[in-house]
Write a protein that binds this ligand. Structure first.
Ligand code: NDP
Ligand code: OXD
Length: 310
């Protein structure tokens, strides 16, 4: 029997218990899934917010910690967590992110707000949105989520540039990398999408100098992490008209405080970290397959590299 400790909050347990048990059965993993395994008996930990484990030191037999979230910036600060850590790559989460990003991209591309908010009886037929082919989009972060969003936007006709840490060759996407590729990726981009993880290297990637590289009147869409953008520089860019609008799903402080300037800013759309959540049905299968593979000698999937921070 493989002892699997579910270390997340009560709501998550209610959502995940049945899908996980089904997925372990389907993957032929003889799993004893519980919330109260003793530390020394635990083989794997499924980890999520609100769980009871903060000191991983006693989990000496634990072969891996499988995170329910894609982002790991908070967990990797826990120095007691020395076991292999896997982040979440869930196909349904990816689908959700693609839908959210495409939706907000099209909102800005088509100028939908002018018509949704501006029904004043005046027939203005002198302005047409450009077609997608004339609207360059740049995505910072070409991982599981950035690459999938890039493909969907390419399908709609947008010229897509993607930027990552290491060199990549992804069909239909102009791939740039490293510090030397960043300015090129940002230059003249009309829509910028941030899907980087938060690390020491990526914090404040979008500072005043880099915001200034974007096309005049560019749109920013950030479902990555709040600190990827320098908030003060963003507000200054919006006030100067360099940035036309920012759609932000993630923030330095969450929930975003009620008195934060972003809530009332006419050129900022706040969404409350809902772009894409992990879905229990598919995530349970991902976890079960990862454990099943590991038990039969395959390397763990989606391993976090603590040196890189993601
Ligand atoms: P991945 O780890 O698959 O991809 C991360 C990408 O960022 C990679 O392409 C990586 O480059 C690149 N990257 C990392 N550091 C740097 C750097 N210093 N310079 C340039 N590129 C860098 O992550 P995911 O795509 O799965 O997720 C991305 C982020 O999305 C998560 O970390 C999380 O913060 C956020 N997220 C937000 C959600 C929401 O609801 N708002 C939901 C889920 C995730 P390389 O390929 O070379 O390694
Ligand atoms: C995640 C998120 O990292 O929801 O999974 O932001």
């Amino acid at each position: 029997m493989i002892n699997i400790l579910f270390a997340a909050g009560d709501d998550a347990w209610a959502q995940y218990k049945a899908p996980l048990r089904r997925a372990f059965e389907a993957a032929e993993v003889a799993a004893d899934l519980h919330r109260d395994h003793a530390a020394i008996d635990t083989d794997y930990i499924i980890l999520g917010p609100g769980g009871p484990v903060s000191d991983f030191t006693p989990y000496t037999r634990c072969k891996a910690v499988l995170n329910l979230w894609a982002g790991v910036e908070k967990i990797i600060k826990n120095e007691t967590l020395t076991q292999p850590l896997c982040r979440m790559v869930d196909p349904s989460l990816t689908d959700a992110m693609v839908e959210w990003v495409v939706g907000h991209t099209l909102r800005h591309h088509l100028g939908m707000d002018a018509h949704i908010r501006g029904q004043d009886g005046i027939w203005r037929d002198d302005m047409y949105p450009p077609i997608a082919a004339d609207r360059p989009v740049t995505i910072l972060g070409m991982g599981a989520l950035g690459a999938a969003c890039g493909q969907a936007l390419h399908q709609l006709g947008f010229p897509v540039t993607g930027w990552s840490r290491s060199p990549k060759n992804i069909p239909n996407i102009r791939c740039l990398h490293g510090d030397e590729g960043l300015n090129d990726a940002l230059s003249d981009a009309q829509i910028l999408i941030l899907l980087l993880p938060l690390t020491v290297q990526t914090e404040n990637t979008m500072n005043a100098a880099r915001l200034a590289l974007l096309a005049q009147g560019a749109f920013i869409i950030n479902p990555g992490r709040g600190p990827l953008i320098d908030d003060a520089a963003l507000l200054a860019g919006l006030d100067a008209g360099q940035i036309a609008h920012a759609t932000l799903d993630v923030f330095r402080v969450e929930p975003l405080p009620q008195d934060h300037a972003f809530w009332a800013h006419p050129q900022i759309t706040v969404t409350p970290h809902i772009a894409a959540t992990t879905r229990p049905g598919t995530a349970a299968q991902v976890i079960a397959q990862n454990i099943s593979g590991h038990e039969t000698g395959a390397p763990l999937q989606h391993l976090v590299d603590r040196g890189r921070g993601y």
